[in-house]
Design a protein around this ligand. Structure first.
Ligand code: P5A
Length: 449
């Protein structure tokens, strides 16, 4: 993408309304625009990051056996009357009346709708296990939307729902999502710790929140610091096999959110020097709620013995629009954002330091074509801005590599490459730059293990 053709409205001023660094940087980097309290437009740069996050989620869901679909944002109130949650959900639910006076709502989550789909089609235990998910906008009329897209009213969620014939099978489905989530966050460059959590309005008695430690996080959490050293399940993990050893390993050390923490247990089980009592960002939550919805909404299947049984279910959420600021909270410096390659809006910023210089521009045009030809996602700053402004913007928007060519380098046949994360700069022959960048970017792009 040529910057001269792009829409990248970066701000020079530090926005006053933004209290935390990720919100400030997202506004300054031209990633989002607030349209009303808790409602944001995703501008091109921000949207590109979100799409990359979405792709990682989709790849890991597929690997774990979940099937993607799409449900509407609006739902009929009657479905929620059936489950009993229409009144229970309270003021967080945005209620809407259509022209025929039918009660509707903007979905805050989809347990009811997916249960309705399930009961309409599935009859036998032989069709199980089933895990269906979608990535769709949700609305929760949060009392205090804040920190930009970290806690907004409209937000994008990946929400999945599993269906099994009994509790034992349902726990296997829960474990598959547990492992998939560990891999998903890791691939985005995040360390997310699964912690025992309360189930709230979703229900059930087994739940984990996935927490990224950050001073600006809104959740208070308590855990053993060695959880941070646990190994991520590799890509060849057999999701059809027994995942309990992985779950047991990850849950063997104490980790709980403030709603679930038992201070006595925490102090008894975790040596003082290993205790983390900190703030964190909840980037996902998984639930096992058994037959809570299936019983009341009559979603059952015939079991092996020919008798009807209500299905056992769980639901699994990831906040995509929250992940973007969470990654920034975890990875930035005083000059701006530092994107991990796997979610970076562009992989390389090609900086033409003097667009008015014919040789410099022709060298850059050529590099731009070569980078594109090898499939590198490049933002080509071909504008007439000064070198200082180009450096500042590239640092601010956090592109992992800067490929810098000035008139002197163009003449000498040399380019400079800056690694945004380490700050290291190196000069090399222009002819070597593209293959060097390929070797750096290709393994980091999938960030898979
Ligand atoms: C699980 C999937 C559920 O709603 N039902 C379907 C279950 N879980 S949850 O924990 O309530 O939400 C899942 C994730 O969505 C993100 N999230 C938000 N992101 C931004 N702004 C909000 N107001 C917001 N509320 C929830 C979180 O990442 C949460 O873990």
């Amino acid at each position: 993408m040529r910057k001269s053709n792009y829409f990248l409205p970066v701000l020079k001023e530090v926005p006053k309304e933004a209290e935390i660094i990720s919100h400030r940087l997202m506004l300054r980097a031209g990633m989002i625009r607030q349209q009303a309290s808790g409602l944001y437009s995703w501008l091109p740069l921000g949207y590109k990051v979100m799409r990359k996050i979405q792709t990682i989620i989709e790849q890991e869901q597929l690997r774990a056996g979940a099937i993607q679909m799409l449900m509407p944002t609006l739902q009929p109130a009657d479905l929620w009357r059936e489950s009993g949650r229409y009144d229970a959900y309270g003021k967080e639910m945005l209620r809407i009346t259509d022209r025929h006076d039918r009660d509707m709502l903007f979905g805050p989550t989809n347990e009811e709708m997916i249960t309705d789909i399930f009961r309409s089609y599935v009859r036998s235990y032989k069709e199980l296990p089933l895990n269906l998910y979608h990535i769709q906008w949700k609305f929760r009329d949060e009392i205090r939307p804040r920190f930009g897209t970290m806690r907004s009213r409209e937000f994008l969620m990946k929400d999945g729902y599993s269906f099994d014939v009994d509790k034992e099978a349902a726990e296997k489905s829960y474990n598959r999502m547990f492992v998939a989530y560990l891999r998903t966050y890791y691939r985005m460059g995040l360390t997310a710790i699964p912690m025992k959590a309360e189930t709230g309005p979703i229900g059930g008695d087994l739940s984990h929140e996935f927490i990224v430690l950050a001073d600006t996080g809104e959740s208070a959490v308590f855990c053993h610091q060695d959880i941070l050293k646990k190994t991520i399940p590799p890509r060849d993990t057999d999701f059809t096999g027994d995942l309990t050893p992985i779950i047991d390993d990850w849950t063997s050390l104490y980790a709980a959110t403030e709603d679930m923490v038992n201070m006595e247990e925490f102090e008894r089980d975790v040596p003082e020097e290993k205790r983390i009592a900190a703030s964190g960002i909840e980037v996902g939550q998984i639930f096992y709620f058994g037959t809570k919805y299936s019983k009341i909404m009559k979603a059952s299947v015939t079991g092996p013995d020919g008798k009807d049984v209500p299905v056992h279910s769980g639901s699994y959420g990831i906040g995509l629009t929250r992940l973007v600021p969470a990654i920034i909270e975890a990875s930035h410096d005083e000059s701006g954002i530092i994107w991990p390659v796997s979610v970076a809006p562009f992989e390389v910023a090609l900086l033409n330091l003097k667009a008015a210089d014919d040789l410099c521009s022709s060298v850059c045009d050529d590099l731009y074509a070569q980078l594109q030809a090898v499939g590198i996602d490049v933002l080509y700053d071909d504008t007439k801005d000064g070198a200082g402004a180009k450096f500042a913007t590239a640092d601010l928007i956090g592109i992992p590599f800067q490929l810098i060519v000035g008139p002197r380098g163009a003449k000498a046949g040399e380019a400079e490459i800056k690694d945004r994360k380490t700050g290291e700069r190196q000069t090399m022959p222009i002819g070597d730059a593209v293959s060097y960048l390929q070797t750096q970017i290709e393994p980091a792009r999938r960030n898979d293990i």
